[in-house]
Design a protein around this ligand. Structure first.
Ligand SMILES: NC(=O)C1=CN([C@@H]2O[C@H](COP(=O)(O)OP(=O)(O)OC[C@H]3O[C@@H](n4cnc5c(N)ncnc54)[C@H](OP(=O)(O)O)[C@@H]3O)[C@@H](O)[C@H]2O)C=CC1
Ligand SMILES: Nc1nc2c(c(=O)[nH]1)N=C([C@H](O)[C@@H](O)CO)CN2
Length: 236
């Protein structure tokens, strides 16, 4: 007898891109598990649509492993893991080491430990996928967010290592967006400056990340790849 589809895990899905991808996957009829750090009204919508929501704080090893333990109490299989959780921190004078530690933990230690500890769950529903959400800024560095950019570069590199280690039953890829969606507090000057960085010059919205995710989930012959979703910033 065929089993019901295994769930997809998206981390950091209480708002913005992660929430949009969660909604689209639920629209696709995909069983879903999401992690969140802050309780938000949108989580109730996901719960009402059948998603399992698990609290998670990826700021250190203990929180990451605690999340993995609770996840395994709810499922023995995973169709995919989407590492979306992220903090876009600037360095603050006197708190540089804290920022670096937080960036490495959420962008590198969490994906690393979750991938290793959940490999068996993915293998049980192979072919399976891991998708790292990185950032186009890895291509050129960031004067304003050194730790953020370095940790995303580490996540980008782990895509190659895990693709080699987890083949052939688990594909591992990255999606490297540039501007996807502004924050409400972004002023006109910032928006105009940011839009001018790409040749397409638009704020595309979160569906461009979902479309990239859908492609990776549906394509059986893509692994170790990073999809550049940046409006052509690199051709300027
Ligand atoms: N938005 C954009 O234009 C761009 C986004 N990206 C990348 O795309 C992804 C989605 O972007 P976006 O939706 O803006 O992301 P957000 O800034 O909204 O972050 C997503 C979620 O990550 C969670 N999170 C942050 N730190 C932790 C932590 N220590 N432990 C657990 N959860 C945590 C937050 O949870 P909570 O809110 O519940 O506290 C947040 O809702 C990110 O990886 C981002 O780096 C890359 C380039 C551009
Ligand atoms: N975790 C987050 N990472 C990033 C965000 C964000 O809001 N949260 N935003 C950006 C910017 O859009 C940038 O790409 C353009 O200013 C980058 N990463």
């Amino acid at each position: 007898m065929s089993q019901s589809p295994a769930p997809i895990l998206i981390t950091g899905a209480s708002q913005r891109v992660g929430l949009h991808c969660a909604r689209r996957l639920l629209d696709d009829g995909q069983p879903l598990i999401v992690s969140y750090r802050t309780e938000r009204p949108a989580l109730d919508e996901l719960r009402e649509r059948g998603a399992l929501t698990l609290a998670a704080d990826f700021s250190g090893e203990a929180g990451i492993l605690d999340f993995v333990g609770r996840l395994k109490q709810h499922t023995e299989r995973l169709r995919a893991i989407v590492h979306n959780a992220s903090d876009w921190l600037r360095e603050e004078p006197g708190r540089e080491a804290e920022a670096f530690t937080r960036m490495v933990s959420v962008h590198m230690l969490a994906p690393y430990l979750i991938n290793l500890h959940c490999r068996e769950l993915l293998e049980r529903s192979a072919p399976a996928d891991i998708v790292h959400i990185t950032d186009d800024v890895v291509r050129r560095g960031s004067a304003n967010r050194v730790a953020y950019c370095a940790s995303k570069a580490g996540l980008e590199n782990m895509t190659l290592s895990f693709a080699a280690q987890f083949a052939p039953h688990i594909k591992v890829n990255a999606i490297a967006p540039a501007l996807v969606m502004f924050h409400d507090h972004d002023d006109v000057a910032y928006r105009e400056k940011t839009l001018a960085k790409s040749v397409l010059g638009i704020e595309p919205g979160p569906d461009v990340v979902y479309q990239s995710l859908r492609y990776l989930l549906d394509n059986p012959y893509v692994t170790g790849t990073s999809l550049c979703v940046n409006g052509g910033r690199h051709v300027r």
